[in-house]
Ligand binder design. Structure first.
Ligand code: SAM
Length: 356
């Protein structure tokens, strides 16, 4: 034995048991500043070895793929009940519902789980759909670089959720004197890059904004907004502001998100090269939810379309997916198939280390 944790087929370390899995997520929540979720997960780690509602809910999922983010699915399902106004005592601890974490957080969390056990058991099977707008800042540099090549962009986003990042060009990005976007945009990224920043000059023409998701969210409906909010960390209030800004943009800027499985959808979209446009297949934090076969089919469809790409119908594959030191933003361009690592970013966007 090497002493290293086993790796799942997506390269993510596979925890040995439920407590270790929750511990990894606890550490991640704490490191992004969610002390509320760190506290709740400490409680869950303690409770999975004892009879009670938390154990009843989580143990049936102990063999779920690590990448399916069990802890966040569970916490999102509870958060939804809080935001829906059905857990008053717990809401008093959740800043997203106007509360402040207090000494009885753990007790009130466990009582809420016990009261809504059946609903939570159903919802925990729903996939995680955090539509994190901060990832637009990680993707904006390469997208602007592609736009400066002079052709309209045909954006095709895989695992798009509500398609909020498909509207990236309606957000504002600033790095010193270097900026892109409407200064009054409801979503603003000020100095999201550490050290060097990408060139933010030029204008962008979008020929098409289209995405697919196995479970698309309509950000213009009450249900869609509730679902989107439920997956945001309740004490990271800045993210709620950003999400609200992106929902405002989504109501004004249409983007079609189709219900479809990623590999087939990509293959269908890329069946014919789009003359006069740069086709950009993009995704962020999606591959871990695909099976090995689906990932292979997706890259196969991209490779085949890449071989059909021409100077007048180029293809780019832009992705932001977990790497060794954070999320890696990679860009592959056809014809040619050159691949570059353009940035290393946080999983939710800033801080971003731009590599150019
Ligand atoms: C963590 S979310 C990321 C959402 C968005 N890309 C972002 O960065 O904000 C992953 C998304 O991938 C979608 N997804 C997972 N498996 C999929 C599949 N096989 N085909 C299409 N979408 C899928 C999920 O429904 C979910 O909306």
């Amino acid at each position: 034995m090497s002493g290293q944790p086993a790796l799942s087929d997506s390269g993510i370390p596979r925890p040995r048991d439920l407590a270790e899995l929750l511990g990894i997520q606890r550490h991640a929540c704490n490191s992004i500043g969610s002390t509320l979720y760190a506290r709740v997960l400490d409680l869950c780690i303690e409770r999975v070895d004892r009879d009670g509602p938390i154990r009843d809910l989580l143990v049936p999922h102990e063999h779920d793929p690590f990448g399916s983010a069990l802890a966040l699915r569970f916490l999102g399902a509870v958060h939804r009940i809080v935001l829906d106004g059905r857990a008053g005592d717990l809401a008093a601890h959740y800043p997203s519902a106007g509360g402040t974490p207090g000494p009885t957080l753990e007790e009130d969390f466990e009582a809420t789980v016990a009261t809504h056990l059946d609903e939570l058991a159903r919802r925990i099977d729903d996939g995680l759909q955090t539509n994190e707008v901060g990832r637009s800042a990680s993707l904006a540099g390469p997208l602007l670089e592609l736009a400066r090549q002079g052709r309209p962009l045909r954006l095709l986003e895989v695992g798009s959720s509500a398609g909020l990042n498909l509207r990236w060009d309606h957000f504002r990005y600033e790095a010193g004197e270097n900026s892109f976007g409407d200064p009054d945009a409801p979503v603003r990224f000020v100095e999201p890059w550490v050290d060097a920043a990408p060139d933010l000059s030029g204008s962008v023409e979008i020929a098409e904004r289209r995405g697919c998701d196995r479970s698309p969210i309509d950000a213009t409906t009450d249900e869609g907004r509730l679902r989107l909010r439920s997956f945001v960390w309740p004490d990271l209030v800045e993210r709620f502001r950003r999400l609200d800004g992106a929902i405002e943009v989504a109501t004004a800027v249409p983007a079609l998100v189709e219900r479809a499985d990623a590999p087939e959808w990509v293959a269908a979209q890329l069946a014919e090269p789009a003359q006069g446009c740069t086709t950009v297949v993009m995704h962020s934090i999606v591959l871990q939810y695909l099976s090995k076969d689906a990932r292979r089919a997706l890259t196969g469809a991209l490779g085949a379309a890449g071989r059909r790409a021409t100077a007048d119908a180029p293809l780019a594959w832009l992705r932001m997916e977990p790497g060794r030191d954070g999320a890696e933003v990679r860009l592959t361009s056809w014809p040619g198939g050159d691949e570059r690592l353009v940035a290393i970013s946080g999983y939710h966007g800033p801080p971003i280390r731009w590599l150019g």
